[in-house]
Design a protein around this ligand. Structure first.
Ligand code: ZN
Ligand code: ZN
Length: 174
């Protein structure tokens, strides 16, 4: 079992409508899949701040944390460390007809913290995880990382591609 809180029983704070509680909890958001790659959160858990308030008909919860996503850079495969800031809110008013006011993460006073943190992170991830915003990627010829090289110095002898020669022959035949 991973460290960190998985869920929180909201009823144990015995809050009355209008009352609130601030909690600082360690949460394990699990692994994230992005473009076929697996990414994890540095340290495996995040320090989340929860602001919980009891409303007349249910709960309102705000969750904030910063996660550092570790994994391969999508351009150069070097280890990337991308900070992602989360500020998410959920409202749960179980006895309402309005679907917007029913949280998928709160059921019978039980807040599924880890799942919420995971989904919030998945939504907030950038489309591309890069080691740095201007990552230059890999040399298409030799695979060396262009971040470590001076592009003016890094060249390959232009070798005639035998496929092109073949193509020229075909065209001549016609
Ligand atoms: Zn990179
Ligand atoms: Zn090269």
């Amino acid at each position: 079992m991973a460290a960190g809180y998985h869920s929180v029983d909201l009823s144990r704070f015995a809050l009355r409508p209008g009352e609130g509680r601030r909690l600082d909890l360690e949460v394990d958001p699990g692994q994230l899949d992005l473009a076929g790659q697996r990414y994890s959160v540095r340290g495996d858990t995040v320090d989340a701040r929860l602001d919980l308030s009891r409303t007349a008909a249910g709960y309102a919860v705000r969750m904030r944390f910063v996660a550092h996503i570790d994994g391969p850079c999508m351009r150069c495969l070097a280890e990337a460390d991308v900070p992602v800031e989360i500020d998410a809110r959920e409202v749960d008013q179980p006895r309402t007809a309005d679907e917007e006011l029913i949280s998928p993460y709160i059921t019978d006073d039980e807040l599924e913290l880890a799942r919420w943190a995971h989904d919030a992170l998945a939504l907030a991830l950038p489309i591309q995880l890069l080691c740095r915003p201007d990552c230059k990627g890999l040399c298409p010829v030799c695979g060396a990382s262009l971040n470590d090289l001076d592009p003016a110095e890094h060249r390959h002898e232009a070798e005639p591609d035998p496929r092109w020669a073949k193509l020229r022959e075909l065209k001549l035949d016609q």
